[in-house]
Design a protein around this ligand. Sequence first.
Ligand SMILES: [Zn+2]
Ligand SMILES: [Zn+2]
Length: 107
Amino acid sequence: MEEWIRANLLELSDASGFRFSLCCSVCGRVWVSETTPFSGIGRRQTARSRALYEREREEAMSRAVSEALRGFEVCLLCGKITGKECLEALGEMTVCRSCAERLKKQL
Ligand SMILES: [Zn+2]
Ligand SMILES: [Zn+2]
C-alpha cells in the first residue's frame, strides 16, 4: 500500500523545498504535505548539491507517504486512493464509498 501511495503522490517540490500532494479519488479532497525546506538552498548547482537534493527529496517523500497513510487508504477492490472520510466498512473489508455502493446494489 505504501508503494501505491508513493506512486500516486503528486510532487510540488521546487528548488527551495519538497512538498507532495495526494487526492482522494472519491470526493476529490486534496491533501498537501508539510513543506520540507531543502538544506542546500541558494547553493551553487554542483553534482554534490544535486545528490543532496535527491537524497533529501527521497526522505521528504517517505515522510509524506507516512503522513498520507494517516489520512488515506487504498480501496481493496478498485485500488483507488481513498480518504478516510470516503471509506466504508463492508463486513471485514474496508472499501471506498463507490465500491460499497456498487456492492450494496448487487446484494
Ligand atoms: Zn474523500
Ligand atoms: Zn473502491
